[in-house]
Design a protein around this ligand. Structure first.
Ligand SMILES: Cc1ncc(COP(=O)(O)O)c(C=O)c1O
Length: 439
């Protein structure tokens, strides 16, 4: 009965949506109000938005409507949150049903069955390949990372230091800002001197990282609690490394009993396997793993030895009931059609490789990398300013992406898994138009 009524509600709602979703410019009668909303928000937040993006609450698949009436192709999705695009019908149903619950926010002293169902599913996925046996849910990637670090520090008591790549992004809490290597996001903050840096993989000098790791270990090996790493460097520029590169570092860390902690907050659900560590065949090494974004909440996985003692991790909120239910639904939908060698993510990856290859052959882009639903390219002039300008023009032309990288900057897309072939063609046309606007 409830299911039928929810379907009825969704059918009625659908009638209020545009019948034809296609990229379109702002509506002139909405422009003035829109500008004043953006100015008011800037005033309230004390800072302007990166893009003039304020959603109307409506979207369909890869498209999103903004409050100025424009329709954009959303290849950012809040940096990966919208992994199934906008208004996915099954997800909508799940969210509406969950919203009828007696509690909206669930936490460690207030939880219903959705919490159990999602935790059970997450652990069963992790256990297929790794030793990860437990999971702790929380609201944000930064908080999941804080929890992982505390678990590592409690187990490896009195060790202060953390190993991290020099292009790491770990979030924006005080300590995660310290681990993040971007000076722009910690301007004016004190340095706690807790992080030891290792350069990320350099194909021109593949042995350099191991050499630097060894020198850290020689000096501080017994004072290091954890090595946090992204298998695909996200904010740092969408680059990865061969399996052996990671293994050489992991084996060294193992000698000092340093926790190996995969930060999969961006890569989880995106590479064609649930975890990137499965794709790179690194599962057996992982002690801790953090995930977020497309899951609609965040979580810390850990092996038996890193189980926190009571009191170490908790919090009023873990996630909203609709987010917990949606997280479970996202996993179910992806497992059915999207994950695996023949899944839809693998097809999308191939289509983006073909697209970028063509752009490179035309000398419109310098280089590119595509890892499932994570795709990035550098412009011939890969400076921050030029890349940012290109992205602004792209936004104006109807496609939302984001910058990443350090010194060499890139345009990146966090592609929703529901993107269709014809939408990739449309993207190509808009990219070509934006390149020609450049000239
Ligand atoms: C690799 C990685 N770690 C941590 C975070 C922080 O997650 P959140 O913004 O949810 O705190 C992010 C967010 O972009 C990320 O990409």
């Amino acid at each position: 009965m409830i299911d039928e009524k929810i379907q009825l509600l969704l059918d009625i709602y659908k009638q209020s949506l545009p019948a034809d979703w296609r990229i379109s410019p702002p509506k002139s009668n909405l422009k003035k109000d829109y500008l004043s909303f953006l100015q008011e928000l800037e005033q309230l937040r004390g800072r302007s938005l990166i893009y003039p993006y304020m959603g109307s609450g409506k979207g369909a698949g890869v498209y999103v409507e903004l409050l100025d009436g424009s329709i954009k192709m959303d290849l950012l999705g809040g940096v990966g949150v919208q992994i199934l695009g906008h208004t996915h019908p099954e997800l909508q149903k799940t969210i509406l049903k969950a919203a009828l619950s007696n509690i909206f926010m669930q936490g460690h002293l207030l939880l219903n069955k959705e919490y159990l169902t999602l935790s059970r599913k997450l652990v069963s996925l992790a256990q297929k390949h790794s030793r990860l046996k437990h999971v702790w849910l929380t609201t944000s990637g930064s908080m999941a990372n804080e929890n992982a670090l505390k678990m590592a520090r409690q187990k490896n008591h009195s060790r202060r230091k953390i190993l991290a790549f020099d292009r790491a992004f770990a979030g924006r809490s005080t300590l995660m800002s310290e681990i993040t290597s971007n000076p722009k996001i910690k301007e004016g903050l004190p340095s706690y001197d807790e992080v030891l840096r290792i350069p990320f993989y350099d194909p021109q000098n593949p042995g350099k990282s191991l050499k630097i790791l060894k020198s850290h270990l020689k000096k501080e090996g017994d004072n290091i609690s954890a090595f946090i790493f992204e298998i695909i460097i996200g904010e740092g520029g969408y680059k990865s490394a061969p399996r052996d590169f990671f293994i050489s570092l992991f084996e060294e860390c193992r000698k000092y009993k340093i926790a190996l902690w995969a930060d999969e907050i961006q890569t989880f659900l995106r590479t064609g396997t649930f975890f990137a560590f499965e794709k790179w065949d690194l599962a057996k090494y992982i002690d801790l793993c953090t995930v977020g974004k497309g899951l609609q909440l965040a979580a810390t996985f850990f092996i038996e030895e890193y189980k926190p003692r009571p009191g170490l991790v908790s919090g009023t909120f873990s996630a909203s009931t609709p987010a917990l239910a949606a997280g479970f639904k996202v996993l179910e939908i992806l497992e059915k059609d999207y994950i695996g060698k023949t899944g839809k993510i693998a097809t999308i990856e191939k289509e983006f490789i073909n697209l970028f290859k063509e752009l490179k052959e035309k000398h419109l882009i310098k280089d590119y990398d595509v890892f499932g639903l994570m795709a990035a390219f550098s412009l011939p002039d890969a400076s921050r300013e030029n890349t940012q300008n290109f992205l602004k023009k792209l936004f104006k032309n109807g496609v939302i992406g984001l910058i990443c990288g350090r010194s060499i900057f890139r345009v990146r897309f966090l592609i929703p898994a529901i993107i269709k072939k014809e939408e990739i063609k449309e993207l190509k046309e808009i990219l070509l138009k934006t390149f020609s606007d450049e000239k």
